[in-house]
Design a binder for this molecule. Structure first.
Ligand code: P6P
Length: 339
């Protein structure tokens, strides 16, 4: 009966967030409404991504369709859907999107108290070969509703209230934290609902996998090079770590979260701040890692303590199992003590 009860007691993401909301009696459900609009965006993208392969066959998604119209690229389409969903929620006031050069200030008539930083379709270059891609988002509370400025989104990651990603792969999985642990939900397409499938995710304290683009090895600094060397040729007689690199951040981070290990996108001589963006890649993934018992480090400091100066700032990032990141931190510490 327990299994039967479990199967019929559907813990949807909306019900889960309402439960969380009850921990904040003062809240008026604004966050729940905001989240339901983010979830709507994810459902739209999931459906569009699943058709992308087919769409290419019948000339949609970035090709000219049968009417000879230039179809929008999937990342542009996804961005438009998320922007419209977030603005129409009436709960946002500043939006930062990977796809928009400037921040979006919501009209006063629709203004709410949250700022959302997001990458609507991260890793979209992988669509055509069917590799998993994803949406990444982080949520701040504005500082002063009557004086909304860019500073409302140039806050340290430690001020983020919530963060998550939705991975569009063999299944559609939404991983979310509102500051009280990490939970994973899987889209049941027959219901159109995200159902709780991964309650209270905790990342293993140490992992057997490292995830980095080895093609950049020529440009790495000494601590990164030394760490990767130790993964391949461990000094303590332990077996080497396995290398797993998909090249799509959401997929690499999701595997790291569930299996353990460490994901790195270090600085290198070509890009001294690395490649990944602070507000909608580094902060949300660092938030999730810490909530799951892991760590996130920039090579200089705890990633969430960064204060971005521009909305598309980049930062190097080392995130994952606590013991593995601790090893990287000590390599950087010994470098700076020598320097
Ligand atoms: P590289 C995808 O383009 C992306 O922004 C992330 O999703 C991914 O982790 C990274 O870039 C991959 O970069 O230089 O290894 O191809």
């Amino acid at each position: 009966h327990a299994a039967e009860a479990q199967r019929t007691d559907l813990m949807t993401i909306t019900r889960h967030v309402l439960n969380e909301q009850s921990r904040h009696p003062e809240s008026r459900g604004d966050f729940t409404i905001l989240l339901s609009h983010i979830v709507l965006g994810c459902k739209f993208v999931a459906s569009a991504v699943n058709k992308a392969g087919l769409a290419k066959l019948i000339g949609l998604a970035g090709e000219t369709n049968l009417q000879g119209e230039e179809q929008k690229k999937l990342d542009v389409l996804s961005n438009e859907v998320f922007v419209k969903a977030l603005v129409s929620s009436g709960r946002t006031c500043v939006l930062v999107s990977e796809e928009n050069e400037e921040a979006i200030f919501v009209d006063a008539s629709l203004r709410g108290k949250y700022c959302v930083c997001f990458d609507p379709l991260d890793g979209s270059s992988n669509i055509d070969c069917g590799v998993s891609i994803g949406t990444i988002f982080g949520i701040y509370m504005i500082k002063d509703k009557d004086n909304v400025t860019l500073d409302d989104v140039l806050q340290p990651g430690t001020n983020m209230l919530a963060a998550g990603y939705c991975m569009y792969g063999s299944s559609c999985t939404l991983v979310l934290s509102t500051g009280n642990g990490v939970n994973g939900f899987t889209l049941d397409p027959s219901l159109g609902e995200f159902i709780l499938t991964h309650p209270n995710i905790k990342i293993p304290k140490k992992g057997k996998i490292y995830s980095v683009n080895e093609g950049n090895a020529k440009n790495w600094d000494a601590p990164t090079a030394k760490f990767v060397e130790k993964c391949k040729f461990p000094l303590d007689g332990l077996s080497p770590k396995s290398l797993r690199y998909i090249g799509s951040m959401v997929a690499d981070v999701h595997r790291t979260l569930l299996y353990g290990g460490v994901f790195l996108y270090p600085a290198d001589k070509k890009s001294p701040n690395g490649k990944l963006r602070v507000l909608y890649e580094v902060f949300p993934m660092s938030f999730l890692m810490e909530q799951a018992g892991g760590q996130a480090f920039t090579g200089k400091q705890r990633a969430l303590e960064l204060v971005p100066s521009k909305i598309h700032d980049r930062s190097p990032i080392f995130l994952g199992s606590s013991d593995d990141v601790e090893e990287i931190k000590s390599l950087y510490a010994s470098q700076s003590s020598i320097a």
